[in-house]
Design a protein around this ligand. Structure first.
Ligand code: ZN
Length: 265
């Protein structure tokens, strides 16, 4: 007898390159993929699970997120959704804040588009309000955030704050498995934060079993991700004491952390 979950949508990670995740959403017959940096692992997963590709979703223009698109399009002529303000030639449906993607092949899954500039100028995130899923590419990571390639600290902090304002139980599907090294940095910033220590224990155990640390949740990120905690007095004080921060305000605090993280080993 079919169980109620038989028809439900599910999200699974397809590991790519060294530490990328291509997220696949499927309903057991149809699938869409988010940020297919390479085609091979996607094609083999589709084949193994007898799924037909329905659409491709892109968060930003970096090669490790779009590199597999051309090959996938050779196999299946599907729409490619992507950022309006990041130049990606294969995008057939350019998107920006306020747009909603509806996927008829996936039970009309609706994804709201959020502009989250900073890592790249046009970076977008996809938010499924009903399912409580967030696909955020290289903007927000487990306990970290993307490098600030094309934005200002103000922009980047505003983008992260937009994501942090989503409900606590929203699941965060980020584009890379960086959580453990990010947590090491987080512990440097907040040595007394027990939530960070506990997350590090749990995520280390996951990695030791070969499991992803993602998805996390917005609530967990707010409790453990230093880049979402740049407005806290104790975080600013710590950065100041360590000699990384001159002026105690959230934007400078965020910029100081981002700068320090770039060279942190
Ligand atoms: Zn990127």
């Amino acid at each position: 007898m079919p169980s109620p979950t038989d028809q439900a949508l599910s999200v699974t990670p397809i590991p790519a390159f060294r530490d990328n995740y291509i997220w696949m959403i499927d309903n057991r017959t149809r699938a869409v993929v988010v940020d297919p940096g390479e085609a091979g692992p996607v094609l083999s997963t589709l084949k193994k699970r007898s799924l037909k590709l329905s659409a491709i979703l892109l968060t930003h223009r970096h090669e490790d997120h779009i590199g597999g698109v051309a090959r996938l399009l050779q196999e299946a002529d599907v729409p490619v959704y992507g950022p309006r303000y990041d130049p990606v030639v294969s995008v057939t449906h350019p998107l920006q804040e306020g747009d909603i993607v509806t996927l008829p092949d996936l039970d009309n899954l609706a994804l709201s588009v959020l502009d989250v500039p900073g890592h790249t100028r046009g970076h977008i995130a996809y938010y499924a309000k009903k399912e409580k899923w967030l696909f955020c590419g290289d903007m927000l990571f487990g306990a970290g955030c993307g490098r600030m390639f094309e934005g200002t600290p103000e922009q980047m902090l505003a983008s992260l704050s937009k994501l942090a304002a989503l409900p606590d139980d929203v699941q965060v599907f980020a584009g890379h498995e960086y959580t453990l090294s990010n947590l090491k940095f987080a512990r440097e910033i907040e040595p007394g934060n027990e939530a960070i220590a506990e997350r590090a224990r749990q995520d280390l155990a996951r990695r030791n079993r070969g499991r992803p640390t993602l998805p996390s949740t917005i609530g967990l990120e707010k409790a453990t991700n230093p880049f979402l905690r740049a407005n806290r007095e104790d975080v600013m004080k710590r950065l100041e004491e360590l000699g990384h921060l001159k002026n105690r305000n959230p934007v400078d605090c965020f910029a100081a952390m981002r700068e320090w993280k770039n060279s942190y080993v």
